[in-house]
Write a protein that binds this ligand. Structure first.
Ligand code: FES
Length: 239
């Protein structure tokens, strides 16, 4: 067991004039996560501290926050890897509801914008079953592990600069999966939509999204594939 100081961002937009930081000392046990430490603070020291979580397994994507300045899932981040002083802040690029809880409407609005669902073609027989291990399967399997945690969105400089006017890494990655799926009846329409003003060409290729994704997805790389497809489509090549 060791003593760790957890400094947490505090802000209630309905009550406070400005944000502040509050520090708590906890006894950290082996394998304790940052999420565990927040629960400990709520139980023993500050019951009004607000944060979001659900599965505690790295699956639901609801515990994304800035931990020592980097976007991470609190439930998958062990305290022993972070040192004796830990700073926890809400995700960037989103409105704060309270403390560490953010409003993800902007993120999900953009997610909806790209039609994130499969639209079957009328004549899908030839393509309806894609055998596992085939090249086509590999292409459409890319990015499937996305848990919509929003960490890529919060780390994205293009979102920081252009706000909702940039669709963002997660939604573009999702769109690519469907654009790359030859069975999808809306792929052409979707490709045009995600290469409009607020789409793929707004990516600055800084790569922060690749760094923070807890599932190892590389949205920046995928976005370049969207650009390439658009280019091919525009000059009449097979895409
Ligand atoms: S609580 Fe579900 S991913 Fe962390």
């Amino acid at each position: 067991m060791k003593e760790v100081e957890i400094t947490v961002f505090r802000y209630d937009p309905e009550e406070d004039n400005a944000p502040r930081y509050e520090s708590f000392t906890i006894e950290a046990k082996k394998n304790m996560t940052v999420l565990d430490s927040l629960f400990l603070i709520v139980e023993d020291q500050e019951p009004t501290l607000s944060f979001r979580c659900a599965c505690r397994l790295g699956m639901c994507g609801s515990c994304g926050m800035l931990i020592n300045g980097r976007g991470r899932l609190a439930c998958r981040t062990k305290i022993e890897h972070l040192g004796d002083k830990i700073r926890v802040e809400p995700m960037r690029n989103q409105l704060i509801i309270k403390d560490l809880s953010v409003n993800m409407d902007k993120f999900f609005k953009n997610w909806e914008k790209v039609k994130p669902y499969f639209v079957p073609k009328e004549d899908t027989d030839e393509f309806s079953v894609i055998p596992p291990g085939s090249g086509r399967r590999e292409i459409i399997d890319e990015n499937q592990d996305c848990i919509t945690c929003g960490l890529c969105f919060q780390s994205c400089d293009a979102v920081a600069i252009r706000g909702e006017n940039f669709i963002g890494p997660a939604a573009l990655s999702r769109a690519y999966n469907l654009i790359a799926d030859e069975r999808d009846g809306a792929r052409a329409e979707r490709l045009d939509m995600v290469t409009e003003e607020d789409g793929a060409f707004g990516c600055h290729t800084f790569g922060a999204c690749v760094e923070v994704c807890p599932k190892g997805i590389k949205p920046m790389v995928t976005i370049q594939k969207i650009k390439m497809k658009k280019l091919k489509k525009t000059i009449g090549l097979k895409w």
